[in-house]
Design a protein around this ligand. Sequence first.
Ligand code: SF4
Length: 215
Amino acid sequence: MTKKEIALSAVEALKNEYPDAKCSLDYQTPLQLLIATRLSAQCTDARVNLVTPALFERFPSAGSLAEAEPSEVAEYIKSCGLYKTKSKDLVAMAKMLVSEFGGGVPDNIDNLTKLPGIGRKTANLICGDVYGKPAVVVDTHCIRITTRLGLHKETDQRKIENALRKLLPPDESNDFCHRLVLHGRAVCTARSPKCESCCMKSFCRTGVKELKDES
Ligand code: SF4
């Protein structure tokens, strides 16, 4: 199979396996997703979801967050790890949202990645989940599984994003990435992928090889 054929098969297989794929961070506004995603670095989504209700209540807008002291923000996010850096980034990000974007959240990757602490992964997530644009969220699950599938041999996140953009249907790519997260947690785990019970074992290059070696 070509890479394109593998990619399209993976899209369909994961769609059947995880019909309701969506972001596991809780949010109601674009700003809340931006904040929650920044907090999720080196932290679980479940942990982020525990701290954000109080944080969002205290800082309901970019303006209120922009006026905060990072030390106060830190009190709300201490359990998320890297809280000193994250609290400084959140306040700096809010200041830029107010000064350059009228307090709103930009709808394109170029402007989103100008914000302190926001990289292409978060920018893609916002573009896809908030604005419904074609997005490829290259996180650890995406890197691991798409490599194992044989869709690319890259290690650089930007190159992986570019490679996947060429292979995935634009209107499927965002949901596909959400489904990779679910599949990476449940089946294609980092240390011991369960290839024998994987919905992609018939075309995944790693899975085919693993199962052949075992038989
Ligand atoms: S077949 Fe194995 S390596 Fe391939 S995606 Fe499934 S679990 Fe991962």
